[in-house]
Design a protein around this ligand. Sequence first.
Ligand code: SAM
Length: 268
Amino acid sequence: MGYIIKTDDSARLRLGIQSRLYEQSSVDLISRAGTLRGRKILEVGCGSGAMTLNLARAVGHQGTVTAIDNSPAQLDASRELVRENGFKNVRFFEGDVNCLDHLDNSYDLVYCRMVLHHVADADHAIREMVNALRPDGHLLCEEPVIHDGSFSFPPSEAIDEFIRILRSCFIVNGRDYNIAFRMESVIRNLGLTIEHYRLYHPLLNSAKDRLLYAMSLSDLAPQMIKNGIIDPSSASELHEKLVHVANSETTMTWARMHSVLARNCSKA
Ligand SMILES: C[S@@+](CC[C@H](N)C(=O)[O-])C[C@H]1O[C@@H](n2cnc3c(N)ncnc32)[C@H](O)[C@@H]1O
């Protein structure tokens, strides 16, 4: 099952904005998984490596991070970022979150952000990640919301329309787009103890950050057009409106992320 969003330089720029918005909260949640120095972390769907750096820093030079993604282009970007920052404790593998049974159950933390809404069966992917945990290890999953709800004040018809077609695109392509809302119960039903649940709404504080929705539309438009969800001229019209919202100093806009930190209480 292919990735429906572009993974070129402009997509990495968008991912960079998202990473900056969520970083403070993600780093805080990682620190709640106990002392990670010298430990083993598995990061699934590492993308261009923003969180890989934070994980490499958390384990220090005696620990290891295994970073997996199913996109060779994303892995190359992540590998380069880690190299530029001088970390030697990260191993990269091309792999699929749906199939982690080649890994032993030895990881102290399995981390996954903004990946599960891209797969067809997120429950299965979560089970795979749980199987890679050592007894007492932690699972941290973070997923954005792709659902009706407010994303700006005053409400923006352009943002509402974008969220509506975004959801259609995930549905048409058979993705488990609303996993953010089920994640906690799926993880609990697998026998893990939920230690922390967070709903995080970072504000898009500058015009550059507020461009996130317009940039996301650009990255998804080819797939949306292919799926007949929008035609090219409506896509460029909507893009223009989203840029207009981004440049409006009087519109407050935000993003939204659900995060669940859980502990594997099973005995060795
Ligand atoms: C939105 S990006 C998130 C990247 C990174 N986790 C972050 O938070 O910055 C989603 C990533 O998941 C990867 N991905 C999508 N489906 C996957 C799968 N089935 N197995 C492994 N990686 C996958 C994509 O290639 C992409 O790099």
